[in-house]
Design a protein around this ligand. Structure first.
Ligand SMILES: Cc1cc2nc3c(=O)[nH]c(=O)nc-3n(C[C@H](O)[C@H](O)[C@H](O)COP(=O)(O)OP(=O)(O)OC[C@H]3O[C@@H](n4cnc5c(N)ncnc54)[C@H](O)[C@@H]3O)c2cc1C
Length: 321
């Protein structure tokens, strides 16, 4: 009987393999022993040969799906292709890098498969055929071991550089597989995103207009976006706002989002939870607007105003007109 498969999903960054892929192959091989077959899944263009960057790390098999649309495919299109592969091959477990791309594709696939995903792990082991994923929880205060006993495949994403990639002996078998490419409409996504300068993530912006639960209405977000444009900056958000379709992990500030050091951050309607503060407290100039004078955000602010966020944004914007 063939061994159950332990998958590592290869990630492309520009024209190369993202290094977390090789790190995960090394870890997968050490976990697999004689129990599992380590299979690297690679979605690439017909002219690509990214498998050449993977063979030295010794996976048992590199399974390639070639389609010229993959290099520019959306995360939703990748997740759709992976779902078809999972249906065809029924792996035991799937590992992703917890990169920005991996953090986007893995939960999309998880939702399609209706199985468990442990995100942002720091260690992995197997207990028989159950994947035991270790991750920090409760504000990084404790380490939890999380399992998915009732569903397969088991999924985990692992922080980059958690493991060291080590070249290994062994000939990887290279095979190909096919899927049906289902294009996903991109227009809605691109028009809705409030990116106002060239910064790809909030971590790249030098001026940030940050919005929290107290500044989450559509009107406030639209006004704040105009303010960010005037400042030559970018919108950032606290975690609750990532529930809205228009914001993603790229926009989130904090422990589980981006750590930022802009020259200016203006915080609207953000309480200042410790998980938020660790992501922005080293900014050069911190301004906070909050209706609660006791909000912890004022403890780190250079300038503060107690009052309504929307009224303040509108008044500040008026100064530019
Ligand atoms: C493991 C873990 C990781 C986390 N990672 C992150 C992270 O990366 N980033 C993050 O942000 N959070 C993170 N959180 C969540 C964090 O603990 C807080 O829940 C979150 O930061 C609160 O967001 P907030 O300040 O927008 O909302 P709230 O805490 O609800 O604060 C809203 C604020 O708005 C004010 N307000 C209300 N109305 C108005 C108004 N009209 N005008 C002005 N002010 C108003 C209120 O006084 C209040 O202070 C994490 C939590 C955990 C457990």
């Amino acid at each position: 009987m063939s061994k159950p498969e332990l998958w590592v999903i290869a990630e492309r960054r520009l024209d190369h393999v993202e290094p977390t892929t090789q790190q995960l192959i090394t870890k997968a091989k050490s976990l697999a022993g004689d129990q599992f077959k380590v299979v690297t899944i690679l979605l690439e263009a017909t002219t690509d040969h990214l498998e050449n960057e993977l063979t030295a790390y010794g996976p048992d098999e590199i399974r390639i799906v070639r389609d010229d649309r993959f290099p520019t495919a959306t995360d939703a299109e990748h997740a759709d292709a992976l779902k078809q592969l999972v249906d065809a091959y029924q792996p035991n477990s799937i590992l992703f890098g917890a990169t920005i791309t991996g953090r986007s594709i893995a939960p999309r696939l998880q939702a399609k498969l209706q199985t468990g995903l442990t995100a942002d792990c720091l260690d992995l082991r197997f207990d028989d055929d159950t994947l035991v994923a270790t991750k920090p929880s409760y504000g990084d205060n404790i380490m939890c071991e999380i399992i998915c006993p009732d569903h397969r495949p088991q999924m985990a994403s692992v922080r980059p550089n958690t493991f060291v990639a080590t070249p290994a002996t062994g000939d990887a078998t290279i095979t190909t597989a096919t899927v049906t490419f289902h294009p996903v409409d991109r227009l809605k996504v691109t028009t809705a995103r409030p990116v106002v300068n060239t910064a790809t993530t909030v971590g790249d912006a030098n001026r940030v207009v940050a919005l929290g639960r107290g500044a989450a209405s559509a009107t406030t977000i639209d006004t704040a976006t105009k303010l960010a444009e005037k400042l030559g900056g970018r919108i950032g958000v606290s975690r609750p706002l990532t529930d809205q379709d228009r914001f993603t992990h790229d926009d989130q500030i904090g422990q589980s989002g981006n750590t930022i050091h802009p020259e200016l951050i203006i915080n609207f309607g953000i309480s200042g939870a410790v998980q938020y503060l660790v992501g922005m407290q080293d900014s050069q100039t911190i301004v906070a607007i909050n209706s609660d004078s006791h909000a912890p955000i004022f403890d780190v602010a250079d300038y503060g105003y107690v009052g309504d966020a929307q009224a303040f944004i509108a008044a500040l914007l008026a100064q530019f007109n």
